[in-house]
Design a protein. Structure first.
Length: 321
């Protein structure tokens, strides 16, 4: 049998949660879809689906196979789209969604330059900190800062999402600087509030040793800019993304603490990604915009380029005109 066709049918059945619905979407009889999925299982010598009269569920082998099939199908789709659109001109409305602070600082400043480069593209930009369902919202591109959970979507990494411990010179002159992660428990800390209690900072030393420090302080907020402003005002120590505080560290308004340590709100590494649906061919306008962000942010993001003001957004926009 055609394995690629079998993979597509299998993935569609899993997404639709039934043979009949998958057949309806593909314009095939349910019996034909079932027969080809059976043939795929025979070729693999493994059961992928548990079937009953009312429901379908994945076996363990099916779960593993589904995740890998999705990646394979996405790569095939990306490859075909790349070849088909080599000579395509980006055009049309690009619906873009980004978190408020990151969007205001690192997306909006580049919109004018992008539109000058691609005059046939117009942008509908929405900034929100609410979770956006890429499919239901109809967005072409969603910028996400942090961890990813949508395995059925395509994610392209734009930049790391590094955080650093910072405080103002005024705060440090009065309170001193922590010499170890444990010292943070005795300082005024500015805490980022999410869905769970994040008054615990994860700090990893150069040798890989991980410390989890419970912190308290005079301000808890769900907005990085609020914590940033409070840190600039000398209220305490903040754990901030470099894309928020990079310029202030370079200019001396904030000082980085515990150099040689990596700090975050969660244990795993996070990043900044562009997300778009797997089910669509990647349009020229989406490809152009995502490629533009990758080039503009740089291998080392401009907000982490100490002593290189030419890497800042306004300088980049002027240079690219």
């Amino acid at each position: 049998m055609d394995m690629l066709t079998g993979m597509r049918l299998f993935a569609e059945v899993v997404d639709a949660r039934s043979f009949s619905e998958a057949g309806r979407r593909l314009g095939l009889a349910a019996s034909s879809v079932s027969r080809q999925v059976n043939g795929l299982e025979d070729a693999l010598n493994a059961r992928l689906l548990n079937r009953s009269t009312r429901s379908l569920s994945l076996t363990h082998a099916g779960e593993v196979y589904y995740e890998r099939v999705r990646r394979i199908l996405s790569e095939v789709s990306e490859t075909n789209a790349a070849v088909a659109q080599l000579e395509a001109t980006p055009r049309g409305l690009l619906k873009l969604n980004a978190p408020v602070v990151f969007g205001r600082r690192h997306i909006a400043p580049h919109v004018a330059d992008f539109c000058h480069k691609f005059p046939d593209v117009s942008i509908d930009l929405t900034l929100t900190d609410h979770f956006v369902d890429v499919i239901e919202s109809g967005a072409d591109v969603v910028i996400r800062v942090g961890g990813l959970s949508d395995s059925s979507l395509i994610a392209r990494r734009l930049a790391p999402n590094r955080r650093v411990l910072v405080a103002s010179p005024e705060y440090l002159a009065t309170n001193g600087a922590p010499k170890s992660p444990e010292d943070l428990a005795n300082h005024k800390c500015l805490v980022y509030k999410l869905n769970v209690s994040l008054a615990e900072w994860h700090i990893r030393a150069e040798d890989g040793a991980l410390s989890k420090v419970r912190v308290t302080g005079p301000l808890t907020a769900n907005n990085a800019e609020a914590l940033h402003s409070a840190a600039l005002g000398g209220l305490g120590i903040a754990l901030l993304p470099t894309w928020t505080c990079g310029n202030d560290v370079f200019n001396g308004r904030l000082e980085r603490l515990l150099p040689g340590h990596e700090a975050d709100l969660v244990a795993q590494e996070t990043a900044i990604h562009a997300i778009y649906p797997h089910a669509r061919h990647l349009s020229a306008k989406v490809r152009a915009f995502v490629d533009y962000l990758v080039e503009t942010f740089g291998a080392v993001p401009y907000w982490e380029c100490e002593g290189r003001p030419e890497r800042r957004p306004e300088a980049l926009a002027a240079a690219n005109k």
